[in-house]
Design a protein around this ligand. Sequence first.
Ligand code: IMP
Ligand code: MG
Length: 186
Amino acid sequence: MNTNSNLTEKEITIGNDTFELMIEEAEIKKRIKEIAREISSDYKDKEPIIVGALNGAFIFIADLVREITIPCEIDFLKVSSYGNEKTSSGKVKLLTLLNRQFKDRHVIIIDDIVDSGLTIDFMKNLLKDYHTLSIKVVALLYKKEADKYKYVPDYVGFEIPNKFVIGYGLDYAQKYRNLKHIYVLK
Ligand code: IMP
Ligand code: MG
């Protein structure tokens, strides 16, 4: 994949792997509007702090926050668990520090995908010491069968099978985040 026209292909070949179109951009946008409506109503008058998990969620965060209609603050946390592989390394690394006042605030964590649940578990634990009023999690994708930590996000875009996906922010070895649609490994 190195030409622009390939960005809307039904199938993409990367080395020996074939990825097929799984969720189209229009469908993602539609679901985001629904989640944003829910969040806007649930957090009315609560002025939440949104904490986006980088890098994978960067496109999802940008699209979601622009559909949210209530006042909110937005911040980012950079974490890494996959390295350059197609499966989680089993360890989460924190690559940025938080220096915000979370005390007595409602926090909404936004991530691209909950796979084993390790990353979310790590981020929730990190925020626990800040005396927040509440912490909830939004995940665009949820691999239910892979959820080792039995961690169910509070807001889920799409439940997907336990397969490797790319696009719409999700990478394979740091590439393919710029695909408009979500593709799944065949
Ligand atoms: P977990 O800690 O196992 O839940 O994995 C969460 C993180 O791993 C996500 O925030 C993603 O960045 C990455 N990840 C999990 N599954 C996939 C996938 O299918 N494709 C690309 N990245 C993934
Ligand atoms: Mg991520």
